[in-house]
Design a protein around this ligand. Structure first.
Ligand SMILES: Cc1cc2nc3c(=O)[nH]c(=O)nc-3n(C[C@H](O)[C@H](O)[C@H](O)COP(=O)(O)O)c2cc1C
Length: 191
């Protein structure tokens, strides 16, 4: 499968600028901007408008921030020490009629992408992580059985200090990730 770092067709500048950065500035995120980011989730599409997303967030100066941080896996801890906001993203497991919500993570993912683009438009970056202990999150944050912990999102302004990043992470901070060519995943034919 062929990959490249080139953008081969024009895309929205927001999509071009979005990047899962790991070096955050220590600058706090304004609550107004955070409200806009959650508002972007609010206006996302979802199956039968079920809106499965739930978020627990904390600014770095709040004790709750440490609770979210403590759920992170070791590989994610060093660079998250400087994340000004940590957000736990959760999805409801059932539809409002009690049926299993098959598309809950799909819909939550779409909402977090909307949040991501809103964040970029405000000069911020949002980095999603699956690398956290779900059982710890359930215990430390009183998550009821009706919700699936999906990702932890790190939010902040881009920073310059790469000292908390390992070699691989430092390289990835300054380069664009490779992508498969469209030929590998777009088909105008039967498979
Ligand atoms: C669901 C999900 C889980 C991820 N988990 C982690 C993680 O635990 N740690 C990490 O450093 N990056 C994580 N990432 C970021 C990806 O590595 C990143 O999106 C990918 O390398 C593409 O880079 P880009 O987002 O900068 O374009 C995750 C991304 C997603 C969508």
């Amino acid at each position: 499968m062929e990959k490249s770092t080139q953008i081969n067709h024009p895309i929205l500048p927001l999509l071009e600028t979005r990047k899962s950065i790991r070096a955050f500035a220590s600058t706090p995120v304004e609550q107004e901007k955070l409200n806009s980011i959650f508002e972007a989730a609010r206006w996302s599409f979802s199956t039968s408008n079920q809106q499965p997303w739930r978020f627990i967030y904390a600014h770095k100066n709040q004790p709750l921030w440490q609770n979210i941080f403590d759920t992170l896996m070791d590989g994610n801890k060093p660079w998250n020490q400087h994340a000004p906001v940590l957000i736990l993203a959760l999805a409801t497991k059932s539809m409002s009629n009690g049926n299993n919500y098959y598309y809950n993570l799909h819909d939550l993912g779409a909402a977090t992408m909307a949040m991501n683009l809103q964040a970029v438009s405000l000069g911020l970056q949002l980095h999603p992580m699956a690398g956290f202990h779900k059982d710890k999150a359930i215990e430390l944050l009183n998550i009821p059985d009706s919700l699936t912990p999906a990702t932890v999102l790190a939010l902040g302004y881009p920073g310059q200090d790469l000292s908390a990043l390992n070699e691989f992470q430092q390289k990835s901070e300054t380069t664009r990730g490779e992508r498969f060519l469209q030929e590998e995943f777009v088909f105008n034919s039967k498979l």
